[in-house]
Design a protein around this ligand. Structure first.
Ligand SMILES: [Zn+2]
Length: 89
């Protein structure tokens, strides 16, 4: 029971922060920010770690595009969502 509650809390927090970011900055600008590896990262205070590639998180899990394994977290690679094992870091 306690695990369910904490999981829901985590989901809610994630959704809220994502909404804030999207309302703040247009999606196109976000992409540009991630591609340009600017040294002055202080300018973007609310930015997530720029080194981290965009990833998708699913509480129920989703199949990796490469190996088909169902995982909670997948990363975008070549336009596909792959698991951590298939992602070329
Ligand atoms: Zn995989």
């Amino acid at each position: 029971m306690a695990e369910d509650a904490s999981l829901e809390d985590f989901l809610d927090a994630g959704d809220e922060s994502e909404d804030e970011r999207e309302g703040d900055t247009p999606a196109g600008d976000d992409t540009t920010e991630m591609e340009s590896d600017a040294p002055d990262s202080e300018a973007s205070t609310d930015a997530v770690d720029p080194a981290v590639t965009t990833y998708a998180w699913s509480s129920e899990g989703a199949a990796c595009a490469e190996c088909g394994e169902v995982v909670e977290r997948r990363w975008t690679q070549d336009g596909q969502l792959v698991c951590g094992a298939c992602k070329a870091w």
